[in-house]
Design a protein around this ligand. Structure first.
Ligand code: PS7
Ligand code: MN
Ligand code: MN
Ligand code: MN
Ligand code: MN
Ligand code: MN
Length: 362
């Protein structure tokens, strides 16, 4: 059921929903179906972070310009009439920042308890992004250790999970015990962000950005560029490297399922479960798939449709989705892969966890 009533929306509210549609393929649909209490707050939370990310992603901005913008974005978004027109003409979400004054009007109308969360996460994310933008400039280019990689994912996704969980609990739509289990929330963000980073490796490579940690890729190739060399000898090493990245992402899967058990409201459940189901399906798609080093790949529309309907029911059905894709990963696992055993064990471990909460009949 659609809960929005566009005839009762103000001009700036309408504009915000327009920028939501313009800047997101997948989040727009689930945000617009949210419980009315959180519809506008989550839409504005999304737009604030999308604005920040549009500055982070713009490789035509110098770091001298970019870093202070990232670090002060939280106060810029409190200045009446502020907008930003310096993004490169090809930056896909530049329109949002050009019209950011309209988002600012709505941010000022938020309930203070919700705004506090949005502001806090924007401050922390902007500063975290700035720390990593510095690395790119100094051409250590990207993250080195796995700890660095996970800290970056914390800044851009773990923090989003933290903010969303605080909003859900504040609105009484999730079990407040979730606030005492920050690791579960962190896993929700890490699982999405790591999947995005694995899938987008080629697109990011073209932008001269590297998020895969050197600690992992250096075990497989001498130079980062070698991952994109189509010669068969390099391609098998690249696949082994991507398998290790998938293994690393899979360690969050059980905690994601555990987190979702704490959601009380159906619309919030759908909002959190759809992206997680898409992520496990995307991990299966990228696993043992050399195409990630050549193009931007996506799950099919048909699969996305089925995942949407399965993820808007209950946790048992979402667990079945995870089971189905884990089985496929398990089957595609290659005995020649250096992480063959570890991947097999990890799939088994998640399958066992699911079996312990929802035993299969027969
Ligand atoms: C506030 C709904 C639900 C507990 C803009 C949702 C970009 C994967 O890198 O455009 O451009 O290719 O596909 C979303 C946890 C964050 C993490 C992060 C805010 C889940 C700015 C999503 C989304 C926490 C930094 C996808 C993290 O962007 O990627 C709201 C619970 C924004 C969530 C970015 C990535 C999101 C991402 P890219 P996308
Ligand atoms: Mn970004
Ligand atoms: Mn981005
Ligand atoms: Mn990406
Ligand atoms: Mn992408
Ligand atoms: Mn992108």
């Amino acid at each position: 059921v659609h809960v929005r009533d566009p005839s009762k929306e103000t001009a700036t509210e309408k504009a915000c929903f327009q920028y939501l549609d313009l800047t997101s393929r997948s989040f727009a649909a689930v945000i617009k179906e949210l419980n009315p209490e959180l519809l506008m707050p989550v839409c504005l939370f999304y737009l604030a972070l999308r604005g920040l990310d549009t500055i982070e992603d713009d490789m035509t901005l110098s770091n001298e310009r970019k870093i202070p913008l990232l670090r002060t974005f939280d106060s810029l978004m409190e200045q009446d009439g502020w907008n930003f027109t310096e993004n490169g003409p090809n930056e896909k979400d530049r329109e949002l920042l050009v019209n950011f004054d309209k988002v600012i009007v709505e941010l000022k109308l938020m309930k203070p308890a919700y705004y506090t969360v949005v502001r806090d996460i924007t401050t922390k994310m902007g500063n975290g992004m700035a720390d990593y933008a510095l690395n790119a400039e100094h051409n250590t280019n990207g993250v080195n250790s796995i700890a660095d990689y996970e800290l970056y994912c914390h800044y851009v996704a773990g923090l989003v999970g933290n903010g969303l969980t605080r909003l859900f609990v504040e609105a009484n739509l999730a079990n407040e015990a979730l606030l005492e289990r920050p690791q579960l929330t962190e896993s929700m963000g890490q699982f999405l962000q790591k999947t995005n980073i694995i899938r987008d490796v080629h697109e990011d490579f073209l932008d001269k950005r590297r998020f895969w940690p050197k600690e992992i890729w250096s075990k497989h190739v001498d130079n980062w560029d070698d991952l994109f060399n189509p010669a068969p000898a390099f391609r098998s090493k690249a696949l082994a490297c991507s398998s290790e990245m998938v293994l690393n992402a899979l360690k969050h899967a059980d905690e994601c399922l555990f987190y979702m058990a704490g959601i009380r409201d159906q619309s919030v459940f759908n909002f959190v479960a759809i992206p997680q189901s898409m992520a496990i399906a995307t991990l299966e798609l990228v696993f043992q798939n050399g195409a990630i080093f050549e193009s931007h790949i996506k799950i099919t529309k048909g699969d996305a449709c089925q995942l949407m309907s399965e993820s808007t029911q209950n946790l048992r059905v979402v667990c079945d989705v995870f089971r189905r894709y884990l089985k496929k990963i398990h089957k595609k696992n290659d005995p020649r892969d250096p992480n063959f055993t570890a991947i097999s064990l990890q799939c088994g471990k998640i399958e066992q966890f699911i079996e312990s909460i929802y035993p299969t009949q027969n």
